[in-house]
Design a protein around this ligand. Sequence first.
Ligand SMILES: [Zn+2]
Ligand SMILES: [Zn+2]
Length: 361
Amino acid sequence: MKKNVRFMFFLLSMTIFIQVSCKAQSSNGARLENLDKGVYTIIHDDATDEWPHGNTGVIVGEDAVMVIDACYLPSMAKEDIRLIQTVTKKPVKYLAFTHWHFDHNNGAMAYKEAFPDITIISESASQKWVELNAIWWSKMSAANNSYRRQSLAKLEAELTSGKDAEGVPLTPLKVATLKKVIAQRQNELSELSTLKVIKPNKTFDQELTIDLGKRKVQLVNQGKGNSPADVTIYLPAEQILFTGDLLVQSPLPYLSSSWPLPWVKVLENMEKMPIKKMVLGHGPVQTDHSYTKKVRTFLETAISRVEALLLEGKTPDEIKRDLDLNDLRNGVWGDEKDKSDWKLNSDILVDRVMRGVRGQG
Ligand SMILES: [Zn+2]
Ligand SMILES: [Zn+2]
């Protein structure tokens, strides 16, 4: 199971082209890309085989610097801060969250340590979701005998015995992969054990415009999509849009705990925003709305087909069996290597769409 699907699976259980206009700097799994003068994104390697880091945005104005999203682990946020300081000497004044999911929030403690006066911005209801979920996730993950500790212990036992769970001897390549995965997961647990949860200290309901000095940034609560309140962050003069997880190319979108019906409307609105560059929640920078349209069409088609199957009187299991979305599987999604991800994604989407079309969420 690939990491993005595992990521979706965890969420479910609880509820390329890269155009680099200028230099790209790398640092320990983080790559800074220049989008326009003083505007950057940082794209990261995954934290573990199960969890990704969200993409980060960096906007430098004449008076202030804003960062968008803070990664999953504080160690990576520290790397981001180091990269940011290679392009500006100004302190980070604002950290804005696109949504509450902790692969975008947990690193806030690194920003708070580096910039004690920082203003951390979120949509109003997300303020509490950031706090509650980060506390819950870090405690649950780091607890003695937690699922995550048991799962890590199994991998460590495989490495010690030199055999996988089925008793098959590990190849040298598998040993190397296993060592990397174990090291990443040990580090993850150690960081979650010492996580300081930072609550946003500035909130807004619908819209907020921040002037960074000759650079305006518009934050808009688009409502339900990937999360219950997804915020887009837009630079109208530069036509640069940060989408959060409303758009993810990993390569599949993140659908678990999503709201597919309102999400379609959100994507329709986003397609009206002119863009030169668009930074997704995860995945490569886009230069037009072709991917936005692809995701919208995918959701719209899934909704209409699930609705039709429901009208035929089919059960959820029958709908999962009969729903065929393979005609939409092309482009970046066609390259997706693990075929089980597509089916898992489709099943997750059925559950979420069924709630929506039946008026249950
Ligand atoms: Zn994310
Ligand atoms: Zn998300």
